[in-house]
Design a protein around this ligand. Structure first.
Ligand code: NFS
Ligand code: SF4
Length: 629
C-alpha cells in the first residue's frame, strides 16, 4: 500500500508508548452502523432513535430517514460554517483594533487590497487615511453578523455584504431564485440549529435548501471574509519556495511547531523567533526553527515561505520525533491527544484560545492587544524546553521535499500576465478551450483515519495531472501534495503533454524551468481563493461557472468544515467529489437531490468514488462534459 506513514516513527511511538491516531481508530472498530449512515437522531430526549428499514421507519416523534439524514447534514454544515465565520470574526476584530490604534502589533500590509475591497463595498476612500478606510471596511463586514432586519429582508436586497466583493451576477441570480441568500451569518447558523430541533421543519427538501444557504454563509461571510482580511493585514501571497515533511525539524535547534488556523498568533511567533535567536544560542541551540502544522502551516508558507511540517494526521508523529520543544496551538483540528503524546517527550504544549484548552497543557491566553508579549513568552517556554531536551531520544525523518507555494489569485495573474499583459487569464482559457488543459480541479480538505494511511489525495492528484488536468488546492491536501513532490517544477514530467507544455511556457516566461502541476493556494479558508479564481475565469471567458470545465474533490475529508466548504463549491456550480461517501444513503430524497436534482438548481452535483481511479474517472467525465467554453 502506498502510504505517507513513516514506519520508523510508528515503531518509535510503540517503543515510547505513545498512542497514535491509527491505534485509537482500530480500538473503535467496528464503528456503529447507525452512526455511519447518519440514521440516528439524538435531537430530543425521547431518543436516541434509529432507523432500521422495514422495521423501525420512524423515530418516536415521527421523523423518518429523510428528515433525520437531512437534519444531521444541516447540523454538520452549520458547525463547520461556525468555525469559518468565527475565524473571520477573529481577524476582523483584530483589524478593527488595528484601525482604532488599540494595537500596534500588526501592520496593514496590503493597502491595495484594502482599497479594492472598500471600493467593491461602495465605500468612499478619497481623502481618507488607510486606518479610516480599514475601519469603514470592518464596519461593513460586521454587518454580516449584526444585521437584524429579519429574514424576509433579503428579498429587498439585504444580504451578505461580501457578495459585493466576491460573487458574480449570474450566481447571485441563481441563489436569489432559490431564495437562499443569507441575511446575517450568525442568525443563519442559529436558525439551522433551531430548524433541526424536535418538532420544527419536517420537510427534508426545505432542510436541504438551508444546507445550500449555509454554504454561502461559509463561503462569503466565513472563508472569503477571512482570506481578504488576512491578506489586508499580513499581505497577499506571491510565489514562494519552501520545504515540507517532518524532515524540516532540526536536531540542534529549538523547534517550535505552530498549529491551528489563525495567522494572528503564528505570524507573531515567527516574528519573535527571528528576533530572539540569541536567546536560543545562549543555551547551546543553533537557533530557533519555526515550522507549520496543518492550516496555520499553510498560512505561514504562503506569506512567509515557512517550512511545512505536516498535515492533520502528522501532528502526533511530529512530537514522536522527540525534537519538538513547543507546539503552540490556536484553534481547530488540534487533537485532544496531543498532551498525552507531549508528555512522553519534553514537548511543551501551549494552548492560547480560551475555548480551546487541553488539560495538562500550558495555557497562555493570546490577545491581539498584547500579541508581542505573548509571543515572547511562548518563545521563552520553548527555549526552556530545549534545555531539558538536549541529547535525548530524537529521530527526525530525513526526507525533505522542495515546493513552490503562494498561488494566490493575484500571484497566478502576475505569472500569467507574462504571456498576456492585458488579459492574463486568456492564455489559460485558450488552453482550456483547445483541450490542451482539460480543466482545473480543486483538491481540498483533510486526511481521515478511515483511509488508514493510504495516499488517496496524492494518487488522485497524479492521475488528474497525467490527464492534463491542472490541480489547485488547499489545506491538508497541500501538505500531502508537497510531501509527494507534486508542487515541484520537476513534477511536470508527470503531466500529460498539453498541461506540461502550458506549465513550461508560463514557467519559462517567469524565469523558471516550469510551474508545478499542483498549485498550493493556501489554508482551508483559502478555498475562497479557489472560488475567486473560478469566478474570475468565468467572467474572463464569458462562461457561467456551471459551464466551465472545473470540479472539486475532498478525497479524504473528516472535518465538518469540509462539508461546509463542499457546499460552497456546489453553490458556485462546481461538481464536487467526496470520499468517504456522504452519509446520505439512508435517505432517498437526500441522495436524489444532492447527486442529481441539484444540477437543475445550482448547476452542480455531489459525486462519490472510493478509489483514486474511480474518483478520477468520474471527475474527468465531468470536465469532458463541459466543452462549450
Ligand atoms: Ni481543513 Fe480539514 Fe484541518 Fe486544515 Fe487540515 S484537517 S477541513 S485542511 S488542518 S482545516
Ligand atoms: Fe427521536 Fe424525534 Fe427526538 Fe430525534 S427528535 S430523538 S427522532 S423523537
Amino acid at each position: 500500500m502506498n502510504s505517507w506513514v513513516d514506519p520508523k516513527i510508528v515503531s518509535k511511538a510503540r517503543r515510547d508508548k505513545a498512542k497514535l491516531v491509527f491505534d485509537r481508530f482500530e480500538e473503535q472498530q467496528p464503528q456503529c452502523v447507525f452512526g455511519l449512515g447518519d440514521v440516528c437522531c439524538k435531537n430530543c430526549f425521547q431518543g436516541p432513535c434509529r432507523i432500521i428499514p422495514g422495521k423501525q421507519e420512524e423515530g418516536v416523534c415521527g421523523a423518518n430517514a429523510d428528515l433525520i439524514v437531512t437534519r444531521n447534514l444541516l447540523r454538520h454544515v452549520a458547525a463547520g460554517t461556525a468555525c469559518h465565520t468565527d475565524h473571520a470574526k477573529e481577524v476582523l476584530l483584530a483589524l478593527l483594533k488595528i484601525s482604532e490604534g488599540k494595537t500596534k502589533s500588526y501592520p496593514i500590509k496590503d493597502k491595495e487590497k484594502l482599497f479594492f475591497v472598500a471600493r467593491k463595498l461602495g465605500l468612499k476612500t478619497f481623502g481618507k487615511s488607510v486606518k479610516q478606510v480599514a475601519k469603514s471596511v470592518v464596519l461593513e463586514a460586521l454587518e454580516e453578523f449584526r444585521r437584524q432586519e429579519g429574514l424576509l429582508k433579503q428579498r429587498e436586497g439585504l444580504t451578505l455584504n461580501w457578495f459585493k466583493v466576491r460573487a458574480n451576477k449570474e450566481r447571485m441570480k441563481a441563489w436569489s431564485k432559490l431564495d437562499i441568500l443569507p441575511v446575517n451569518a450568525d442568525a443563519e447558523i442559529s436558525h439551522a440549529l433551531h430548524q433541526t430541533t424536535m418538532g420544527n421543519d419536517a420537510d427534508p427538501v426545505n432542510v436541504l435548501l438551508s444546507v445550500l444557504k449555509l454554504g454561502l454563509v461559509d463561503g462569503f461571510a466565513g472563508m472569503s471574509l477571512a482570506t481578504d482580511v488576512q491578506d489586508i493585514i499580513f499581505g497577499t501571497p506571491y510565489l514562494t519556495k519552501s520545504t515540507a515533511n517532518l524532515g524540516v525539524l532540526k536536531k540542534d535547534w529549538v523547534n517550535i511547531i505552530v498549529h491551528g488556523h489563525l495567522p494572528l498568533l503564528s505570524e507573531k511567533v515567527l516574528e519573535w523567533s527571528r528576533k530572539m535567536g540569541l536567546h536560543a544560542k545562549k543555551v547551546g541551540a543553533k537557533g530557533i526553527n519555526v515550522v507549520g502544522m496543518c492550516c496555520t502551516g499553510n498560512e505561514l508558507l504562503m506569506r512567509q515561505g515557512v517550512p511545512m511540517a505536516g498535515h492533520v494526521m502528522q501532528q502526533e508523529m511530529a512530537l514522536v520525533t522527540g525534537a519538538v520543544d513547543a507546539t503552540v496551538v490556536d484553534l481547530q483540528c488540534i487533537y485532544p491527544s496531543l498532551q498525552d503524546i507531549a508528555s512522553c517527550y519534553n514537548t511543551r504544549l501551549i494552548t492560547t484560545i480560551d475555548f480551546v484548552k487541553i488539560p495538562g497543557a500550558l495555557h497562555l491566553p493570546f490577545e491581539v492587544e498584547n500579541a508581542d508579549r505573548s509571543a515572547k513568552k511562548i518563545i521563552k517556554e520553548a527555549v526552556k524546553a530545549f534545555q531539558k531536551r538536549k541529547g535525548k531520544n530524537v529521530l527526525i525523518p530525513e526526507k525533505v521535499s522542495e515546493l513552490y507555494g503562494g498561488f494566490s489569485v493575484e500571484a497566478i495573474k502576475t505569472l500569467l500576465s507574462k504571456l498576456d499583459k492585458k488579459n492574463p487569464f486568456k492564455p489559460l482559457i485558450n488552453e482550456m478551450k483547445s483541450g490542451n488543459v482539460l480543466g482545473i480541479v480543486a483538491v481540498v480538505g483533510c486526511r481521515n483515519a478511515k483511509l488508514r494511511g493510504q495516499a488517496f489525495q496524492e494518487e488522485l492528484t497524479r492521475i488528474l495531472i497525467k490527464n492534463n488536468v491542472l490541480v489547485v488546492g488547499t489545506g491538508c491536501w497541500a501538505h500531502a501534495a508537497a510531501q509527494a513532490d507534486l508542487m515541484n517544477p520537476r513534477a511536470v514530467k508527470l503531466a500529460g503533454d498539453g498541461l506540461k507544455h502550458f506549465l513550461e511556457k508560463v514557467g519559462e516566461a517567469n524565469g523558471l524551468e516550469a510551474l508545478p502541476p499542483a498549485w498550493h493556494m493556501g489554508s482551508c479558508v483559502d478555498c475562497s481563493r479557489i472560488g475567486a479564481l473560478f469566478t474570475q475565469l468565468s467572467e474572463a471567458s464569458n462562461t457561467s461557472l456551471p459551464d466551465l470545465p472545473i470540479a472539486c474533490s475532498a478525497p479524504e475529508y473528516m472535518a465538518e468544515k469540509s462539508l461546509a466548504i463542499g457546499v460552497y463549491f456546489l453553490d458556485l456550480g462546481v461538481t464536487t467529489h467526496v470520499n468517504p461517501a456522504l452519509s446520505i444513503k439512508g435517505s432517498k430524497i437526500a441522495t436524489r437531490v444532492l447527486t442529481k436534482d441539484l444540477e437543475k438548481l445550482v448547476g452542480s452535483r455531489v459525486i462519490f468514488g472510493s478509489t483514486p481511479e474511480t474518483a478520477a474517472k468520474k471527475i474527468i467525465g465531468v470536465l469532458k462534459s463541459k466543452r462549450n467554453l
